[in-house]
Design a binder for this molecule. Sequence first.
Ligand code: HGY
Ligand code: MN
Ligand code: MN
Length: 386
Amino acid sequence: MCWSPPHEEARVWLLGEMRAAGLETWVDPAGNIFGAIGIRALRPDTPVVLTGSHIDTVPEGGILDGALGVLAGLECLQAIHETRARHARPLVVAAWSDEEGRYGSLFGSRAFCGMLEGARLDEMAAVDGVRLVDAMARAGFDAQRAPEARVPPGSVAAYVELHIEQGPRLEEAGIPIGVVEAIVGVRRSRVTFLGQADHAGTTPMERRRDAFLAAADYALRVREHVVTRGSKASVTNFGVVHVHPGASNIVPGRAELVHEMRDPDVSVLERLAGECGTLAREVAGARQVGVEIHPMSATTPASCSPRVQAVTEKVCATLGLATRRLYSAAGHDAQNLARVTDSGMIFIPSLGGRSHRVDEMSDWQAIERGANALLHTLLALADATA
Ligand code: HGY
Ligand code: MN
Ligand code: MN
């Protein structure tokens, strides 16, 4: 998890690897890590070509989600630096803070893209209650300074991120490289059902106001609704459930869900959010419990740069790599970078489409193909005529 002791050890290790590769390095007030060839800071008068991803992970996650893009980016810059390959624009690789959003979705790239303005940083917390300001302080950062990470406008000429697809489409199609056209928005809300704690043995079944059963009923009905009334790309999930007081011999008085929905179209997400609110109230009424819905976060879907997509397709053609355009059903920092520059992503197939689980993996040949596609895309974008 971002800001944790293992994450901070990984930060020190990565900075050491970047320096050993001959890169200039710095860390911004939002904890984003940068390694650069030939420059020490981002400035509007020398727009850079930027790549990167994230080194934080989900609980019991795999080794490629995020880390692939950071280390392939480092490998590309080291290869360019050592071979003195020509590049008119400076090249930079980044590791964005808390991409997985333990404290707030895509935190580091939001800060970099000026999207933290006015955010209540002192209210940002993980679902287990740990506050962002405390987690950052333990890692040596002042959360209130994170908005200072905002990049000066015009400092980034293009951004391209290498990432695993985290799904089955490329593998099933036998396509080695995915060129991302668009990235979904992710909407998270805390839904709390308020019933009545009671003795689990002596309370007659018909008198119980069981908050967990209301939550379970809601979850099943929301899944049905999103599948039948959403778009073909709409998905929903309940990955966090808390039942209070949480003893086997007490009828649950309170049940808290974190409800997540995703779609590439923000209007679909907003419609579904309204419809799910109505569903929640219907379930609460039928089960004589209360319900409260608190929005937690909502990332904005983004289209990727046609220019970056075209450059990637062109270099893959020269590398003899087939490509396919697709949308990303996962959220990524690239969707924030799209606000400040031409932003794109390159996907490689995930074995069995597996991700956010310990056996997340891709073939090493797929990883090498992805790194080569990234290398030549970076060189093409760094060419002054690009
Ligand atoms: O959850 C996601 O879409 C990404 O892995 N952060
Ligand atoms: Mn992830
Ligand atoms: Mn990721």
